[in-house]
Design a protein around this ligand. Structure first.
Ligand code: GDP
Length: 439
């Protein structure tokens, strides 16, 4: 679902706009004091548009010294997360100096903005609306959140700017949106054999009429009622055979497969130990931000199965810290064993990759994690992390706000990533962390 953030200085009417969009007076998402009141979120159905809206107005009621700092951090987080920003000013008051820093944040973020000159009911505040041009955020929409004026114009503006979301396309399908999966690995790891096995089994399960559609890059498949789009690795093999620069091609094809996928199965030949090329593939998957599952193929050829599994699991922990906790599934594409376990791991990995954690839980975690192991002092001043939030999923992406965060040592951010992974059960996915220093 796309995300819309309502941004502006205190008292311009953000809450009223939020309530109008969400269509009911929402209780605060968390009714505990402190950071948890900082933000409200709601799902909006607005004349055929569906989006999530974030409001930062809850903060205005808090009276704390760090109000403006926190408000700024909140706003930055919301903007980072948003596909579209609704920037609200009070048309009757005109453009005030207090509007400027918020406008600056929005401008810098460079995401689409819809400028709303609020409190303009019955043609009031026209001069304020004109002043709003000076913010450099485009044409203002004269609006009244209180009286519902300007709603039609807001709808058109949202329609023009909101990104189209794939989810909607398959929303009516009981099996849901197709999960995109790629199987990558060295030549001869057994990718084609595994894919043929998957598709072959499906034929038996659902009968020939379900068929298998083949487009240029993907194969549609259904596993236990769940739609899967498999990257057509077999097609890429055929091309590779007729090319001299096999190595180079394999890399660019691997990249294409990884970019296609949401979950990438890195298939290893269990009879050959980890090689540099396997690690390069996992690095690629990590840098592209995809979820990972490791498949240990040709398990039928392994004599000491428990022993090897233990060794390879340890290898994964040691060699692949960037996707710590990754599922490692032994299988045989040839014999058709372990394929079901592999697919279950794939679906689980997609869920983890997709997960959203509430801001209040993250901040509870943050205070616990930073008191257990406080950030170091830099040139006599202690680094302070004030606030954290998840700004995106797929993969999970968190933002931390505080003082001097650019001075945080790598070892400490590693600690935080590992702690996040553990606290919120996020195995086998890349985790992104953005550090924002606020004044
Ligand atoms: P790809 O290059 O990764 O697509 O690998 P292929 O699917 O072409 O398989 C390479 C070779 O490994 C073929 O000879 C397969 O028969 C064999 N192979 C694939 N999977 C298995 C398996 O699970 N067990 C065994 N014993 N051999 C396999």
């Amino acid at each position: 679902m796309p995300t819309v953030a309502i941004v502006g200085r205190p008292n311009v009417g953000k809450s009223t706009l939020f309530n109008r969009l969400v269509g009911k007076k929402l209780a605060l998402v968390d009714d505990r004091p402190g950071v948890t009141r900082d933000r409200r979120e709601g799902d909006v159905q607005f004349g055929g548009l569906t989006f999530r809206v974030i409001d930062t107005a809850g903060l205005e009621e808090a009276d704390s010294d760090s109000l403006l700092g926190r408000m700024r951090a909140q706003t930055e987080a919301a903007i980072l997360e948003a596909d579209v920003v609704l920037f609200v000013i009070d048309a009757r008051a005109g453009v005030l100096p207090a509007d400027k820093p918020f406008a600056e944040l929005v401008r810098r973020a460079g995401c689409p903005v819809i400028l709303i000159a609020n409190k303009a009911e019955g043609g009031a505040g026209m001069s304020g609306a004109y002043e709003a041009f000076s913010l450099g955020l485009g044409d203002p929409i004269p609006f009244s959140a209180e009286h519902g004026e300007g709603v039609g114009e807001l709808h058109s503006a949202l329609q023009a700017t909101l990104p189209a979301f794939e989810e909607d396309e398959d929303a009516d399908n009981p099996a849901g949106r197709a999960l995109k999966v790629a199987i990558v690995g060295r030549p001869n790891a057994g990718k084609s054999t595994l894919i043929n096995r998957m598709l072959g089994e499906e034929r038996l399960l659902v009968g020939p009429e379900a068929g298998i559609t083949r487009d240029s890059i993907s194969l549609d498949w259904v596993w236990r009622g769940r739609r899967i789009k498999l990257h057509d690795t077999a097609g890429m093999r055929r091309r590779a055979r007729i090319d001299d620069k096999l190595e180079k091609l394999a890399v660019s094809d691997g990249l294409r497969a990884v970019r296609f996928a949401e979950v990438v199965v890195v298939l290893l030949d269990a009879t050959i130990p980890f090689e540099k090329q396997d690690l390069t593939i996992v690095d690629l998957v990590e840098s592209e931000g995809r979820a990972v599952v490791i498949g240990l193929n040709k398990w039928d050829l392994v004599a000491d199965q428990p022993g090897l599994l233990k060794t390879l699991r340890e290898d994964c922990t040691r060699l692949l810290p960037q996707v710590r906790g990754v599922a490692v599934v032994p299988l045989s594409g040839l014999a058709g064993e372990g394929v079901d376990k592999l697919m279950k791991a794939v679906v689980d990995a997609a869920d983890v990759w997709d997960r959203r954690i509430s801001t209040s839980r993250i901040n509870d975690w943050l205070s616990e994690a930073t008191s257990r192991n406080p950030p170091p002092a830099v040139s006599g001043r202690r680094i302070k992390i004030r606030y954290a939030t998840q700004v995106k999923s797929r993969p999970p992406h968190f933002a931390l706000f505080g003082n001097q965060l650019d001075a945080l040592p790598k070892s400490y951010t590693r600690y935080l990533v590992n702690a996040l992974r553990e606290a919120f059960d996020l195995p086998g996915t890349p985790i992104r962390l953005s550090l924002r220093t606020s004044k």
